[in-house]
Design a protein around this ligand. Structure first.
Ligand SMILES: Nc1ncnc2c1ncn2[C@@H]1O[C@H](COP(=O)(O)OP(=O)(O)OP(=O)(O)O)[C@@H](O)[C@H]1O
Length: 344
């Protein structure tokens, strides 16, 4: 388990640039945890503080209960082997073959040749590059280079893998393939992954939990399903909107304004997630309660491989009946709330 406790980091003369202002995070074993934020929010600083590429100005970096900041250099070296890292620009050695790039951490550790041969062959097979081991980085595509980066990061059998904008230089198809490989790293090797990204689609596709960072502060965190379903801050909402565009079109907005003047409690946003996606909730409420139901707008997509729906509906009828229908929906693991003026 990785825990960051009240991490601060300042840069510059007299520590004027306060890049991290008290970060608290807990990443459970075997989970993929994403930190998302705009440029300059402090993401790179945060991930580099985990393996002490940047030394925090204050706070604790606890790995399985051991505070890295309290260790002597030799113990710190041992602990850092348990933390692998991959980078946006891959950071491969261009004059070395793929085999040697992956072997490098083992060569530096002084491992025997036959062990290196066995381990590197196994790692290249794990990332699907066994046929490319004699090539040089420039002969590979971006996605393949990142696979080499992942294989190299796995060479020391880490418990934790840090991913610094690992897919930001890749096209969407290649991104998906690399994210699939990271899922395999989690599922087959049980490795804990902490990733930073400015792309919410990466969070949606691969993360179990997410934290949103703004100006050096974590402003919101939770399970991906919860943050996508009910973002609490404006910045989380704007990130969610980059991948789940639930903005209500102007024509529907006008309809809503007109209708809510006539019937102030009639327009609702219903978000289907989890168990609610398996139940015909709308058809059930239309049958069970004396209300009319009109779907005004909506979209159904996928979140973590499960259906995820976001609908704007008008419920017409007696206020008590509407209240009971709303209650019925809430009881079935869906979120329902009246649409406010900003569309939420
Ligand atoms: N070595 C440094 N010296 C001085 N200031 C720095 C240094 N590294 C980062 N900063 C400052 O710290 C703040 C956070 O930067 P950081 O690179 O961590 O953000 P980021 O979210 O990773 O941004 P990006 O996505 O653009 O890389 C910024 O104000 C940046 O200018």
């Amino acid at each position: 388990m990785l825990v960051l406790e009240d991490i601060h980091k300042s840069y510059g003369k007299e520590n004027k640039v306060h890049a991290l202002k008290g970060i608290n995070l807990k990443v459970e074993k075997g989970e993929i945890f994403g930190v998302v934020g705009f440029s300059g929010a402090g993401k790179s600083t945060l991930i580099r503080c985990v393996n002490l590429l940047e030394r925090p100005t204050a706070g604790k970096v606890l790995i399985n209960g051991v505070d890295l900041l309290s260790l002597q250099p030799s113990d710190l070296r041992k602990q850092r082997k348990k933390i692998g890292m991959i980078f946006q620009q891959y950071n491969l050695l261009h004059s070395k073959t793929i085999f040697r790039n992956v072997a490098m951490p083992l060569i530096l550790e002084g491992k025997p040749k036959d062990e290196i041969q066995r381990k590197v062959t196994q790692l290249l097979s794990f990332v699907g590059l066994e046929d490319h081991m004699d090539k040089y980085p420039e002969q590979l595509s971006g996605g393949q280079k990142q696979r080499v980066g992942i294989a190299r990061a796995l060479a020391t059998d880490p418990d934790i893998l840090l991913c610094d904008e690992a897919t930001s230089a890749l096209d969407p198809n290649t991104t998906e393939a690399v994210l699939e490989l990271l899922r395999k790293v989690r599922d087959e090797l049980g490795i804990t992954i902490l990733m930073i990204t400015h792309e919410m689609n990466v969070i949606r596709d691969v993360c179990d939990k997410v934290a949103v960072i703004e100006r050096g502060i974590i402003v919101e965190q939770g399970s991906v399903i919860d943050v996508f379903t009910e973002p609490k801050t404006a910045i989380a909402r704007s990130f969610v909107r980059t991948v789940l565009n639930d903005t209500i079109p102007k024509s529907v907005q006008k309809l809503i304004e007109k209708s809510s003047q006539a019937n102030p409690h009639g327009i609702y946003r219903i978000i289907f997630k989890g168990a609610s996606t398996n139940i015909p909730l709308l058809s059930n409420i239309a049958k069970q309660f004396s209300i009319d139901l009109n779907v005004l707008h909506g979209m159904i997509t996928e979140l973590q491989g499960k259906p995820f729906g976001n609908l704007i509906v008008e419920l017409k009828g007696d206020a008590d009946e509407i209240h009971r229908a709303v209650h019925y929906i809430q009881e079935h693991d869906a979120v329902i709330k009246e649409v406010t003026e900003d569309g939420f």
